[in-house]
Design a protein around this ligand. Structure first.
Ligand SMILES: [Zn+2]
Length: 225
């Protein structure tokens, strides 16, 4: 039964700030005797007024983590997680339709999942693993990533103008996350995913989409009588 109030909340289908009916709300509060800190949690079962999907929203705060005015910074988590990036339409279509076990799609889905949970290091490592998989699938495994990159580029799988971005950004971010505990920003990760998705589209999706395209022939010239 609804408690009669509405809140603005994220809906993965409709958008980031949409009217939601609060179906049930539970608030808890805690106090730590040793540190003197206080905090609380609010759980709300909510239904989007647009698409009627139901989510659980968890607001968490404590009086140690505050803004400049001393008000608690409220951390909001949704279940299922708020989607920070929409998946490309070809992820379950075209060459990947019903290909449930395709490792490229499986890895890509895990990367999105890491991104939605703000696990940015894992997302960067995943992008690197995905690119290594694609390189090996296209040119075989030479035993070292340096050699695989060289052969992948030599085979022309990356446009000449993008070779530098591929070597120095795409692969390096994953390397830094693995070996130097580097945590990329959300913006950087979105850029890396843009490039990765474009590479998959160019190598797998576009050839599939165009394989049955017929170029209209020129009209036949009629010989003069
Ligand atoms: Zn909705």
């Amino acid at each position: 039964m609804s408690d009669g109030t509405d809140i603005k909340a994220n809906c993965n289908s409709c958008g980031p700030s949409r009217n939601h009916e609060v179906i049930k709300k539970v608030e808890t509060r805690w106090e730590d005797d040793d540190s003197g800190y206080v905090g609380g949690d609010t759980y709300q079962l909510i239904r989007c007024r647009g698409c009627e999907k139901i989510h659980l929203r968890h607001d968490r705060w404590n009086d140690h983590d505050t803004d400049e005015q001393g008000r608690p910074n409220i951390e909001i988590v949704y279940y299922p997680p708020a989607v920070s990036r929409r998946e490309p339409s070809w992820i379950s279509d075209g060459p990947f339709l019903f290909d449930w076990d395709n490792p490229i799609i499986a890895l890509l889905r895990e990367i999105y999942s890491a991104l939605h949970n703000d696990s940015r290091r894992l997302a960067a490592m995943g992008i690197r693993a995905l690119l290594e998989h694609i390189m090996i699938e296209k040119v075989g495994d030479s035993g070292s990533i340096g050699e695989n990159v060289k052969r992948f580029l030599a085979a022309g799988h990356v446009a000449k103008a993008s070779e530098d971005t591929f070597k120095n950004h795409l692969l390096e971010f994953g390397h830094a996350a693995i070996h130097r505990n580097y945590r990329p920003s959300q913006r950087d990760l979105n850029a890396l995913l843009d490039i990765t998705e474009a590479l998959i589209a160019a190598l797998y999706v576009h050839p599939f989409q165009t394989k049955d395209l017929k170029i209209p022939g020129r009209p036949q010239r009629k010989d003069k009588p």
